[in-house]
Design a protein around this ligand. Structure first.
Ligand SMILES: Nc1ncnc2c1ncn2[C@@H]1O[C@H](COP(=O)(O)OP(=O)(O)O)[C@@H](O)[C@H]1O
Ligand SMILES: [Mg+2]
Length: 239
């Protein structure tokens, strides 16, 4: 489903990603784990073509998105949902309109069909009673839920979540993590989550990819990572 092959990326001569290679299977939930500033967001943006690699390729369903035109890229992006770290909701729109926005932009669904779809996804994320609230009236956790609803409203064969627990307390962090897993499995998304939240990552991931100093240092299931022999991995995961 997703193949990253030999991706390298530098900014102003500074290596951020070096020779990054991994595959993600259809329906899998993978967490990209690593310290702040290691390049998790940069890597996630490569998967949706918001950043192009200096070297290497990114294949989505066999299509090399690094060689697509802007138009081709837009087509691929329609099958992807992206939950931004800050939620990225439109402040001047209520929750309903925020979630309806991708449907109005990218489909020819009728008003009632849009309303049905929006209600369905708001129910899925537990926001069915908050549809007329504006972002300023939402708690941090509710903003993430609304962002998740908007990310999946077009279907999201691939769901990308950037630091979904950042800025949340431990209980809300756990809730949104569990919700992402539950929603991803329900709609069958192939899901990539960036995080430095170790406990929640180990709980919800099918597999984890640990980054350090621009490179992948470990890949494995939560069980395998917990008994990893490498010193850095044990130290990072505090196992
Ligand atoms: N558009 C950009 N231009 C220049 N440097 C960038 C850009 N995006 C990210 N970086 C740099 O790349 C590094 C990795 O950033 P990022 O992927 O945001 O880290 P993380 O998400 O792991 O905290 C940082 O040093 C950051 O300053
Ligand atoms: Mg980041």
């Amino acid at each position: 489903m997703i193949k990253v092959q030999g991706v390298c990326k530098s900014f102003a001569g500074e290596h951020v990603l070096e020779d990054i290679t991994f595959d993600i299977a259809s329906g899998e939930i993978v967490v990209l784990l690593g310290s702040s500033g290691v390049g998790k967001t940069v890597l996630l943006k490569h998967l949706i073509g918001l950043i192009a690699p200096d070297q290497g390729r990114v294949l989505i369903d066999g299509v090399d998105i690094t060689s697509l035109s802007e138009e081709g890229l837009l087509r691929v992006r329609k099958s992807m949902g992206y939950l931004f770290q800050e939620g990225a909701l439109y402040d001047f729109m209520d929750v309903f309109d925020n979630v309806a926005f991708p449907l109005r932009e990218h489909t020819s669904l009728s008003g009632p069909a849009i309303a049905d779809k929006v209600r369905e996804v708001l129910k899925l994320v537990g926001l069915q009673d908050a549809d007329r609230k504006f972002p300023a009236q939402l708690s941090g956790g509710m903003k993430k839920r609304a962002g998740l609803a908007r990310a999946i409203v077009l279907g999201a064969k691939i769901l990308l979540c950037d630091e979904p627990t950042s800025g949340l307390d431990p209980i809300r962090s756990r809730d949104i993590s569990d919700l992402i897993r539950c929603v991803a499995k329900k709609i069958g998304s192939t899901t990539v989550i960036t995080s430095h939240d170790i406990d929640n990552s180990l709980r919800i991931a099918d597999r984890l990819i640990l980054l350090n100093e621009s490179r992948i240092v470990a890949v494995g299931t939560p069980q395998a990572m917990r008994v990893h022999q490498e010193g850095f991995v044990r130290e990072f995961l505090r196992v």
